[in-house]
Design a protein around this ligand. Structure first.
Ligand SMILES: Cc1cc2nc3c(=O)[nH]c(=O)nc-3n(C[C@H](O)[C@H](O)[C@H](O)COP(=O)(O)OP(=O)(O)OC[C@H]3O[C@@H](n4cnc5c(N)ncnc54)[C@H](O)[C@@H]3O)c2cc1C
Length: 233
């Protein structure tokens, strides 16, 4: 396990070259971006063809986990020790400049590299699935109808130790060409936030059932990245 305060050593694969000043490799910076999300893109190659599959994930220390149907081609492929690149992106602000060229985006992103492996042991797999549910809905797992053997068999969980990773973060106002600052044009940034909206209840739910405690963090108006960060700590 890579403990807190350690750094990934950037290699030719993971060193940020374009705008290198926006790159970071320390574990805390990378973990904070990972913990503020639960959607990622998993990139891998089958027979020379690249695929990038969006899916949900969770982190424990220096390991990333994701899951799905045992029939998923993505999960069958990444479980055979193929190289994987998993990315996570937060879109924070649109950056509005005085020329089209200098428009930009403020973002936080991570690219994590490693080799994924299936979690074969049923107890370990169940524990991983419990961790995923409780990561999003604290305390929800024990309330749920227990997982059946068939459901467990039909679900693949893969884990990947992060071998190396980079973060890249842009913050701040637009950076325009010096003469353009004299132009009478609006310039600045526009915040983009993903927030929790209003619930719907399942029309087939038995009437009168209260919203469970595990959903308490998911309050309308909460910023999703801040909420997920709180849930991760
Ligand atoms: C929301 C968003 C919008 C973007 N829009 C644009 C755009 O319109 N045009 C554009 O050119 N770029 C954009 N980028 C930046 C883009 O992700 C790349 O960083 C950039 O294109 C340089 O790519 P490269 O392959 O030359 O990077 P290189 O610096 O050559 O990549 C080398 C290594 O650096 C690391 N790295 C590179 N980019 C990232 C990253 N974003 N996050 C974490 N690690 C990274 C990886 O480990 C990678 O293997 C955007 C990024 C985000 C998150």
């Amino acid at each position: 396990m890579i403990g807190p305060m350690t750094e990934f050593t950037p290699t030719a694969r993971s060193r940020v070259k374009r705008h290198h000043e926006r790159g970071a490799y320390d574990f805390d910076a990378i973990a904070s971006i990972l913990d503020a999300a639960f959607l990622c893109h998993v990139g891998y190659v089958i027979d020379g063809q690249p695929y990038v599959t969006p899916t949900s994930y969770w982190r424990e220390d220096d390991r990333l986990y994701w899951h799905g149907s045992a029939a998923s081609r993505m999960l069958r492929t990444v479980a055979t020790s193929v190289p994987v690149c998993l990315t996570v992106t937060h879109l924070d602000r649109l950056v509005i400049a005085r020329s089209g060229f200098h428009h930009s985006i403020n973002y936080r992103s991570v690219m994590a590299f490693g080799e994924a492996a299936t979690i074969a042991d049923p107890d370990e797999k169940l524990a991983a699935l419990e961790a995923f549910v409780n990561r999003l809905y604290p305390g929800r797992w024990p309330e749920l109808r227990p997982v059946t053997k068939q459901e467990l068999k039909g679900t693949t969980v893969v884990g990947m130790t992060i071998a190396e990773a980079s973060a890249k973060v842009r913050v701040g106002p637009p950076v325009d060409d010096e003469p353009d600052y004299a132009l009478p044009l609006w310039a600045g940034t526009v915040a983009i936030r993903q927030v929790v909206g209003e619930d719907t209840t399942d029309p087939r739910m038995i009437p009168g059932i209260a919203r469970p405690a595990g959903l308490a963090p998911w309050r309308a108006g909460e910023a999703v990245d801040a909420l997920l960060t709180r849930l991760a700590t």
